[in-house]
Design a protein around this ligand. Structure first.
Ligand code: ADP
Ligand code: MG
Length: 144
C-alpha cells in the first residue's frame, strides 16, 4: 500500500502540507487523523480549511458539539473530534455516518472510531518528534 511520510518543522509547514494535499480530496473523501494531543491534527485541518477558502483562524477542535460543519467552503466539510466520544453510544449520537460520502469528513482521534469507515478513507498519522518537528504519514486506507 502506498504511503507518504514527511517531516514538517513548523505549524506553517504543516498547514502548507494540507494545502498541497487538498487537491486530491473531494466531498467523497474521509480523512482519519491519528496522533496524540498536540501532534498537529487541528493545525493540519486549519491549512485544509484555508486551502478551501475558509477563515482558518476560526478552526477549533469541536469540544461539546463534537462535530463542526463548514458549509461555506469550496467543498462542504465536517470536522469531528472523538477525544470525548469514545463509546459506541456516544458515537452513534454524532451521526457522523450521515456525512460520509456527502462532505469532506475530517476525524480527529480517528483510532477511537468504533464504526465502519468508507472504503475511500485515508489515514493521516501525526507523530511528535521534537518541539517543532512532526512526522506526518499519509496512507490511502482506513486506520487498521
Ligand atoms: P492536535 O489537534 O493534534 O491536538 P494541534 O494542532 O491543536 O494538535 O496543536 C499542535 C501544537 O504544536 C500547536 O501548538 C502548534 O503550534 C505546535 N507545533 C509545533 N510544531 C508544529 C508542526 N511542525 N506542525 C504542527 N504543529 C506544530
Ligand atoms: Mg485537535
Amino acid at each position: 500500500m502506498t504511503q507518504t511520510s514527511l517531516e514538517t518543522t513548523s505549524p506553517a509547514k504543516t498547514r502548507n502540507l494540507a494545502q498541497r494535499w487538498s487537491d486530491d480530496w473531494s466531498r467523497s473523501t474521509t480523512l482519519a487523523l491519528v496522533g496524540e494531543l498536540g501532534s498537529g491534527k487541528t493545525t493540519f485541518l486549519r491549512g485544509l480549511v484555508g486551502a478551501l477558502g475558509g477563515a482558518d483562524r476560526h478552526v477549533r477542535s469541536p469540544s461539546y458539539t463534537l462535530i463542526n460543519l463548514y458549509d461555506d467552503l469550496e467543498i462542504p466539510l465536517a470536522h469531528a473530534d472523538l477525544y470525548r466520544a469514545e463509546s459506541p453510544p456516544q458515537q452513534r449520537t454524532l451521526g457522523l455516518e450521515e456525512y460520509f460520502g456527502r462532505r469532506l469528513v475530517v476525524v480527529e482521534w480517528a483510532d477511537r472510531w468504533t464504526g465502519r469507515w468508507p472504503q475511500t478513507t485515508e489515514t493521516i498519522r501525526f507523530e511528535h518528534q521534537s518541539q517543532d518537528t512532526r512526522t506526518i504519514t499519509r496512507r490511502k486506507e482506513p486506520p487498521s
